[in-house]
Design a protein around this ligand. Structure first.
Ligand SMILES: *[C@@H]1O[C@H](CO)[C@@H](O)[C@H](O)[C@H]1NC(C)=O
Ligand SMILES: *[C@@H]1O[C@H](CO)[C@@H](O)[C@H](O)[C@H]1NC(C)=O
Ligand SMILES: *[C@@H]1O[C@H](CO)[C@@H](O)[C@H](O)[C@H]1NC(C)=O
Ligand SMILES: *[C@@H]1O[C@H](CO)[C@@H](O)[C@H](O)[C@H]1NC(C)=O
Ligand SMILES: *[C@@H]1O[C@H](CO)[C@@H](O)[C@H](O)[C@H]1NC(C)=O
Ligand SMILES: *[C@@H]1O[C@H](CO)[C@@H](O)[C@H](O)[C@H]1NC(C)=O
Ligand SMILES: *[C@@H]1O[C@H](CO)[C@@H](O)[C@H](O)[C@H]1NC(C)=O
Ligand SMILES: *[C@@H]1O[C@H](CO)[C@@H](O)[C@H](O)[C@H]1NC(C)=O
Length: 431
């Protein structure tokens, strides 16, 4: 009987999968606080790289941990500059609202989480042996739109639940995973966490059911050395990585917002109207969908070490209200802003917004000067979408955006210029 039920559940789960353009399942595993250069030299990490794509220009967004996690599901970190308890109001949407438009299943798995409704800042292992779950490494829990909704809250589970989901083949289509404070390297060492990671992932990479059309992003949340640019070690693994790309490097510039844009691109999702729009899509996926990535104009000054102003910033001088999303943006899914976002922020359609869909990188500068601070402008379609009337967005608008983006590339520097020309040529003939 039990077996029958399990089989039925597994079939149902698989049948309900919404097919994506490059993968059907996305799992991201987050480790803590290491610089790219050190991670790159670790033997466990190097072993794993041979089975995947090493992303050599992937940046954390700021310090410390919490804002990076929060940004990866909401498209902004709202000025957050600390790890303590925060709450983000109900009218701020996340990835979960985007998934709901297509009934794409999702979960967060947190090692040591005492239970789905646990709201505390952290907990110690049952045997008292060490730190386990911490709220600051849970990207979902601070959003009221998730924590005040029982159905959504129920999707925040433990690593034990992950194990049973793997066994029963009932994994959701998206999962964020945070190991505990020892296994993620936070309270241990690079070597400890890298060994744990290899031991954890290796059986999964050998599991055909798990690997089937799965893309795994293994990443650090942020670097360790604050004064240098926040470059972290990130790897794409899983069955969605074709054999010929295993052991290769991808030097496109990514940030945690690339997670959002990649998911939007893969499943044709609407967007959040925040920094998700304009973030580069993982090349592996962009190559399949024809999405054109571009180098942010301020690539040379990426630092991402301090947080810019926002409603969660504890520095009173840097405190600002929650920005209105830009309701006119078209994202990597070829769609406009999500309907829930539109209904929550419709009355703010005339408000200034820092989100312009350009992919420009914003940070809090170096403590005295802040040349990359967000700039508030009137809501408008992304600058490159010049040929389209500013009405509601649809796929053709995104196409126009791609073409002129490629156009603009020609004026950009070196490495990217060649790519830009190629892309421009294709765009010119196809569209
Ligand atoms: C609660 O979450 C479910 C599942 O995501 C969603 O369908 C529902 O609309 C949410 N309810 C509210 C009041 O937001
Ligand atoms: C573990 O990390 C926490 C939070 O940063 C810190 O307070 C604690 O002292 C650390 N414990 C050990 C044993 O390093
Ligand atoms: C590596 O990790 C595994 C699984 O957590 C553990 O059993 C093993 O002892 C670790 N090895 C070292 C050298 O730490
Ligand atoms: C990938 O990048 C790493 C780090 O920069 C470098 O050590 C390695 O040689 C590169 N591998 C390939 C195949 O280009
Ligand atoms: C994507 O396509 C470009 C241009 O053809 C190629 O150089 C690159 O290796 C591809 N990357 C991936 C990850 O497939
Ligand atoms: C969003 O919610 C916050 C907190 O409740 C509120 O201050 C703000 O006015 C709301 N924004 C809009 C556009 O409703
Ligand atoms: C990056 O920001 C830090 C402040 O955390 C500052 O010390 C450093 O000089 C900045 N680096 C660059 C290249 O601007
Ligand atoms: C910050 O940047 C400004 C402008 O580039 C520079 O004048 C200043 O010396 C820098 N301060 C620090 C602490 O790096």
């Amino acid at each position: 009987m039990r077996l029958l039920l399990l089989t039925a559940a597994a079939t149902a789960a698989t049948a309900a999968y919404v097919p994506g353009k490059a993968f059907d399942r996305f799992i991201t595993i987050w480790l803590e606080n290491q610089d790219f250069d050190k991670v790159d030299k670790n033997s466990h990490f190097a072993d794993l790289s041979k089975q995947g794509i090493l992303l050599t220009e992937y940046y954390g967004l700021t310090h410390p941990s919490q804002p990076n996690y929060i940004a990866s599901v909401g498209g902004d970190y709202f000025g957050l500059n600390q790890d303590g308890f925060v709450q983000i109001p109900q009218n701020v949407s996340t990835l979960v609202d985007l998934f709901d438009t297509q009934d794409i299943s999702w979960k967060g798995y947190f090692e040591g989480l005492p239970g789905p409704g646990f709201m505390g800042e952290g907990s110690t292992a049952f045997d008292g042996s060490g730190w386990d779950y911490v709220r600051k490494h849970n990207p979902f829990i601070s959003y009221d739109s998730i924590s005040m909704n029982g159905t959504r809250l129920g999707n925040l589970q433990s690593f034990k639940d992950f194990e049973s989901d793997v066994e029963a083949n009932t994994l959701p289509q998206y999962a964020h995973m945070s190991p505990d404070m020892l296994n993620d390297g936070h309270n241990t060492t690079l070597e400890y966490a890298a060994n744990w990671t290899q031991s954890f992932i290796t059986p999964l990479l050998a599991n055909e059911q798990f690997m089937e059309k799965t893309l795994v992003l293994l990443t650090y949340d942020e670097s360790a050395t604050y004064p240098i640019p926040n470059r972290i070690g990130s790897l794409l693994l899983g069955g969605a990585v074709p054999k010929e790309l295993q052991g290769t490097n991808d030097s496109t510039l990514y940030t945690h917002y690339s997670i959002l844009s990649t998911l939007e691109n893969n499943w044709g999702l609407p967007n959040l109207g925040r920094y998700d729009v304009g973030a580069n899509v993982f090349d592996l996926v962009a190559n399949k969908t024809g999405y054109v990535n571009h180098a942010p104009e301020n690539i040379a000054s990426v630092n991402n070490s301090l947080s810019y102003a926002g409603f969660l910033n504890t520095d009173l001088k840097l405190n600002k209200p929650i920005p209105a999303p830009n309701l006119q943006l078209i994202g990597a899914g070829g769609k406009g802003v999500d309907e829930t976002v539109k209904s929550n922020w419709g009355e703010a359609a005339g408000d200034m917004t820092p989100y312009d869909g350009s992919g420009y990188l914003h940070d809090g500068g170096n403590g005295t000067a802040d040349p990359n601070a967000p700039v508030y402008k009137a809501q408008a379609p992304a600058a490159e979408v010049t040929s389209t009337p500013s009405s509601t967005g649809s796929a053709p608008t995104a196409t126009a955006g791609k073409k002129s983006r490629a156009n603009r590339m020609v004026t950009l520097d070196i490495n990217w210029a060649g790519v830009g020309f190629g892309v421009f040529a294709i765009a010119a003939f196809v569209f």
